[in-house]
Design a protein around this ligand. Structure first.
Ligand SMILES: Cc1cc2nc3c(=O)[nH]c(=O)nc-3n(C[C@H](O)[C@H](O)[C@H](O)COP(=O)(O)OP(=O)(O)OC[C@H]3O[C@@H](n4cnc5c(N)ncnc54)[C@H](O)[C@@H]3O)c2cc1C
Ligand code: SF4
Length: 329
């Protein structure tokens, strides 16, 4: 690992002026992904800027119309919030079902959203062709070991899965990011944060290099109360999703009046299943209608040699999540 500079400014203006003075520096929160990738040689910033000392990034506010979560809060602190667990279980569950207790104690919300794929070719030796790591070099996963890869949103250039859990819950519930840069503030819907790989898999997000995530805002809605984050993985802790679903539900007179569906572990980006949502609106929710909607969520799936099981698994996970959400009404 190369030597690198370190700074820990005390507030947001100081973070931004440090970044403006050293444009090649990288923001970091817990460092649980960035330092990992630096050790693997995938990333090599000349210096890092610790954003966790800024009080403005450390507050959790439960407002009348929205939740506001500071981007440098740890996954553990947010997951442990009793009001969030009660009123927005899908969000709390997406955090405590992720990683390990030690990682959740260090890792921040902003860093979690910006974690990079776990594709073994991307993280392995540069001898493997990888368009994300070396644009134009090819994709070893297409004909290689692709059990953990995406069945939705892939391209002939990259089929890497977006690995995070939190973003899946956030896209389902229309969350928005508060961003700051030397050019001023702006907001960005989380659904617009991650890109599909297309022909440029090395471009993963729509953030400018100097944009700092300050906070995440999630609108309150009746559907957040009866919500669930259901995650299936190879073992029950410390593992990434093979398939997951964030679901929120509101019913009136026995019919669905609002439903939100996010999918994880199966796509190249946090995935909103809008066709399945449309199919359920105005209908009674039975196991059969849930399964039909789940099947429509995977109608466009393009499985690879080793990951065909993800289509059937994803349908099962979403069907179960819809029924679990109904049981919470
Ligand atoms: C063994 C293992 C298992 C895991 N399992 C899961 C899992 O099941 N589910 C899951 O979701 N995650 C999982 N993770 C990933 C883990 O959750 C992430 O490493 C962690 O959330 C990253 O947060 P961080 O604050 O440490 O990020 P950092 O490493 O500090 O930063 C990550 C990236 O975000 C950028 N960044 C950080 N903060 C900001 C900000 N405020 N504004 C702009 N850019 C910023 C950094 O520049 C960097 O590019 C696992 C990790 C490991 C090692
Ligand atoms: S799937 Fe994407 S990250 Fe993995 S080897 Fe192919 S190009 Fe690289």
């Amino acid at each position: 690992m190369r030597e690198f500079g370190y700074a820990a400014p005390a507030d947001v203006p100081a973070v931004l002026s440090r970044k403006a003075a050293t444009p090649a520096a990288r923001y970091y929160g817990g460092g649980t992904t960035l330092f990992d990738l630096m050790k693997l040689g995938v990333e090599g910033p000349v210096s890092v800027i610790d954003v966790t000392r800024c009080d403005a990034l450390q507050t959790l506010e439960a407002g009348r119309s929205e939740w506001r979560l500071g981007a440098a809060m740890t996954m553990a602190d947010v997951a442990a919030d009793a009001a969030l667990q009660r009123e927005f279980p899908a969000l709390a569950e997406s955090l405590w079902k992720a990683a390990s207790p030690q990682i959740r104690n260090m890792a921040t919300l902003g860093g979690n959203l910006l974690q990079r794929t776990r594709c073994a070719y991307f993280r392995g030796t540069p001898a493997y062709a990888c368009n994300k790591r070396e644009p134009g070099s090819g994709c070893s996963a297409l004909e290689g070991v692709n059990r953990g890869h995406a069945v939705l949103g892939g391209s002939e250039h990259c089929v890497a899965t977006y690995p995070g859990d939190l973003a899946v819950a956030l896209v389902a519930f229309d969350a928005v990011l508060e961003l700051r840069s030397p050019r001023g503030p702006r907001t960005l819907a989380v659904i617009d944060l991650h890109r599909e790989p297309g022909s440029t898999p090395h471009l993963e997000t729509t953030l400018a290099d100097d944009e700092l995530i300050v906070a995440i805002r999630v609108p309150r809605a009746p559907a957040t109360r009866a919500s669930v984050y259901h995650k299936v993985r190879d073992r029950e802790s410390y593992a990434f999703a093979l398939a997951s679903a964030a679901v929120g539900l509101q019913m009136d007179g026995g019919r669905v009046v609002d439903v939100r569906i996010g999918l994880g572990g199966v796509a190249t980006r946090p995935w909103r299943a809008r066709a399945a949502e449309r199919q359920l609106l105005g209908q009674p929710l039975t196991r059969e209608s849930a399964r039909q909607a789940a099947e429509s969520a995977f109608a466009e799936a393009r499985p690879l040699y080793h990951n065909r099981f993800k289509v059937a698994l994803g349908i099962d996970v979403l069907t179960d999540a819809l029924m679990q959400s109904k049981a919470r009404l």
